[in-house]
Design a protein around this ligand. Structure first.
Ligand code: DC
Length: 218
């Protein structure tokens, strides 16, 4: 069985998908991490994401793979575990940029489909229900207001000991939403057969409960 969860940055997809995976004994696949790994390579090597030559060279040299340790996804860029390095804000913003490129998306598609073909997965991203796994038995479009997503991100960073700027976070979220929703290939949008969950006024456990309830109905 495949569960697809799509939605904008900061809607809580990964936190929720991880919990649903643990409860249903599914494998959680974080596709954003794959785009982030390519972005990390681009940043580290000073490649220009808008240059076709640079990107073709980079993609030739990049191998992205994933492995599971105690049920947690680890992502490897040319054999190096980059699971922590890819979580920086800068990498997320570059991921959104490289994700507009056809060659990047093509490179990751087989990896994503193969993971879903061989096991029960809950996969999160932007185009899972619309493009990667159009046959998924359950499709969720998880969103929340920009203000709520920015507040959550702000609190997360404060808890990490940082001193973030709430207005800047809001702007970054809006820019990322725009870029992810307006690209030519596989843009972020709700699949016609996806169920919309707006988590603005819901707790994490309420959203998890709702997705499990929906999954048990199919
Ligand atoms: O979910 P995330 O923040 O880790 O994703 C980072 C970026 O990767 C996101 O802004 C757009 C891109 N992405 C994508 O285009 N398609 C996916 N299935 C997952 C992520």
């Amino acid at each position: 069985m495949n569960i697809a969860i799509d939605g904008p940055a900061g809607a809580g997809k990964s936190t929720i998908a991880k919990k649903v995976a643990a409860k249903l004994n599914f494998v959680y696949v974080d596709t954003g991490a794959m785009y982030r790994s390519i972005a990390l390579y681009v940043i580290r090597n000073g490649a220009d994401p808008d240059s076709e030559v640079d990107m073709a060279n980079a993609l030739d040299k990049i191998d992205v793979s994933i492995a599971y340790e105690d049920g947690t996804q680890h992502i490897f860029l040319n054999g190096e575990d980059v699971s922590t390095a890819i979580r920086q804000e800068e990498v997320g913003n570059m991921a959104s940029k490289v994700a507009t490129k056809a060659a990047v998306r093509a490179k990751l598609l087989d990896l994503q489909r193969n993971l879903a073909a061989s096991q029960d997965v809950i996969m999160d991203g932007r185009d899972i229900g619309t493009f990667v796994l159009p046959q998924a038995e359950v499709k969720i479009y998880l969103t929340a207001s920009v203000g709520e997503r920015a507040d959550r991100r702000y609190k997360e960073l404060v808890e990490k000991g940082q001193t973030p700027d709430l207005e800047q976070i809001k702007k970054d979220i809006e820019a990322r939403d725009y870029q992810d929703m307006h690209r030519d290939i596989a843009p972020l949008k709700q699949a016609e057969d996806a169920i919309l969950i707006d988590s603005s006024d819901m707790t994490i456990d309420e959203v998890v409960g709702e997705i499990i309830r929906i999954s048990k109905q199919v």
